[in-house]
Design a protein around this ligand. Structure first.
Ligand code: 8YV
Length: 297
């Protein structure tokens, strides 16, 4: 049985099939040939360098920004992730954040529960129809978000490395997208190339009409600049499923009335997490039996 390193705890439905097929260890050792980590897990280059027999890293998530790809490529270490199976769930959460922020749904629920309704009128919110959703990163998840928000009557604009053959408005820069958007939605990969793309300047361009939504990686937004923009009404609000230093959510952000915060639940359904686990298991099985990988990065 090949030895596989699981450096952090994984759900039973992933750990059990791995334990049945491999010698699973939680600490690095020379015999390790595979590693399984959650999406967003930051793997140190030294860990990779310390494992002479390492052949494959299988990420339980679509985002592999935590894996240092260059040393893996240099040593021929394969990396796999779990795309597609989580696209709809993540897009649903983006759409939920847009609805929650525009219609003040979190506040509305708290208002009703607190018994505030009798004698009070809940303040009017904002309609989605006719508003523009600006999507940063029109990949698989970005397109699924566009489809959902178009169904709400929204116009769709996007920014990415290049225009695509889609019926949406392309903006040549992120500033231009922010200016055009009522909702600026981060759906791009994390990692150094997208770190703090949404910064103070972009938030100023989004302006008081605008709300920031993030379902990708916390690193894409400069969180300090976001807090400043929320506290000073430079933007209208934020809906966030991801943060720079998870699971830590800055107290300043929690204190902002105009934010909705989720504990990174984009892919967190029974169905999707099981499908993701199956892809991890299948990729490892393919690798160790000399078959082509299903979802190589
Ligand atoms: C996590 C995610 O992987 O897919 C991603 O990139 O961020 C999530 O789905 C999740 O925490 C499961 O490990």
């Amino acid at each position: 049985m090949p030895t596989v390193l699981l450096p952090v705890p994984l759900p039973d439905f992933l750990r059990d099939p791995l334990a049945a097929a491999y010698t699973c260890v939680s600490q690095p050792e020379d015999e390790v040939r595979g590693i399984v980590v959650p999406g967003g897990y930051t793997m140190k280059e030294e860990l990779i360098a310390s494992l002479p027999k390492l052949e494959i890293i299988s990420v339980f998530g679509v985002g592999y920004d935590g894996v240092p790809l260059a040393p893996c490529r240099a040593r021929g270490i394969h990396v796999t992730n779990t795309p597609d199976v989580l696209t709809d769930d993540v897009a649903d959460i983006a759409s939920a954040l847009v609805l929650m922020t525009s219609r003040s749904l979190g506040k509305a629920e708290r208002f009703t529960r607190a018994g505030t309704w009798p004698g009070n009128v809940f303040p009017l919110a904002h309609a989605l129809r006719g508003k523009t959703a600006g999507i940063l990163g029109l990949g698989r998840i970005g397109k699924a978000i566009a489809q959902r928000l178009a169904a709400h009557g929204m116009k769709i604009a996007y920014h990415g490395r290049q225009p695509q053959d889609v019926p949406f408005q392309y903006c040549g820069s992120l500033i231009e997208l922010a200016q055009a958007s009522d909702f600026l939605i981060a759906a791009c990969p994390g990692g150094p190339n997208t770190k703090h793309l949404i910064n103070a300047e972009v938030l100023a361009a989004l302006g008081t009409k605008g709300t920031v939504i993030n379902i990708s990686r916390g690193s894409v937004i400069d969180e300090a600049a976001l807090i400043h923009a929320l506290q000073n009404n430079i933007i209208r609000g934020a809906g966030l499923d991801v943060f720079e230093n998870e699971p830590h959510v800055p107290a300043e952000l929690l204190a902002c009335e105009n934010t909705v915060v989720f504990p990174h639940i984009g892919s967190a359904t029974h169905e999707t997490r099981r499908a993701m686990a199956q892809l991890v298991v299948d990729n490892l099985a393919a690798h160790f039996s000399g078959q082509p990988l299903l979802t190589a990065v």
